[in-house]
Design a protein around this ligand. Sequence first.
Ligand code: 8YV
Length: 320
Amino acid sequence: MAKPSILVTRRLPDAVQARIARHYDAEFNDDDHVFSTDELLERCAGKDAVLPCHSEHFTAAVIDQLPASVRIIANFSVGVDHVDLEAAKQRGIVVTNTPDVLSDATAEIALLLTLGAARRASEGERLVRGGAWKDWSPSFMVGTQVTGKTVGIVGMGRVGQVAAARFRGFDMQVRYHNRSRLAPEKERGAVYHADLDEMLGQCDVISLHCPATAESKGLINAGRLGRMKDGAILVNTARGALVDDDALLDALRSGKLAAAGLDVFNGEPGGDPRYRELENVFLLPHIGSATVDTRNAMGDRALDNLDAFFAGDAPGDRVA
Ligand code: 8YV
């Protein structure tokens, strides 16, 4: 029987590409360039499946133009905000993602951002690296201590729960806002807030872990930043779309927030250039899942979904 044909939009780890090549008639992107929409559509011609990353945008217009041969979009990502799920459903295209396997790596980055923002890590690193560290005094580079403080997790899904466990390692009290309350064994003593606004003022650190959807776009706006404690820290490893950049920049400039740690941005790659001018923001280039272990596991998870689909079974991580 002929192998199913598949477009792999970005260069994946060698072991993952080798597994793909064994079981599929694959078209790879060896120089790993970002496809324009036209190139993406051209390369989809005659393919049974696409294995994209969050760098490919499957808007309703793109999905409408996909060739009829494409039956599944098996994402190499847990977030699926780059795919119009409703449009895919309408065309009968199955969509899958890669949950679970990137929770540990992303939670590590949430903690790195928290500590980096709280303890002024980029400022200090720049000082030493730039040869500008000339002095020491008791008031030099004094930051915010997070041990024993309170963290508010926005979105207590898989990543949020792992992040909560890591925050507990710093003796932090955990509060969380989620669409629904978790069972006690998952909650592990965390305090549930059905109302996000009510939680914000009770936390020293707010860490975002919810997906970007039409409802959550701009969730952290001027009003909500105003409700946060003076001197609090905002951490975002989820999606840039959750944050209103104008409002966050104002809160960082005015000192309302002590600092922010951001791994994700509106307008990636690059992000809003105004953040680069501020000392009290710790910035990373969307590397939440960027470890060898996790990227291999994401590839395997995407392939498990594809293998199930082409074997006529239900893919484990179907989202549309
Ligand atoms: C990935 C992510 O790097 O999986 C996600 O949703 O945000 C990242 O960790 C990227 O999306 C891979 O496509």
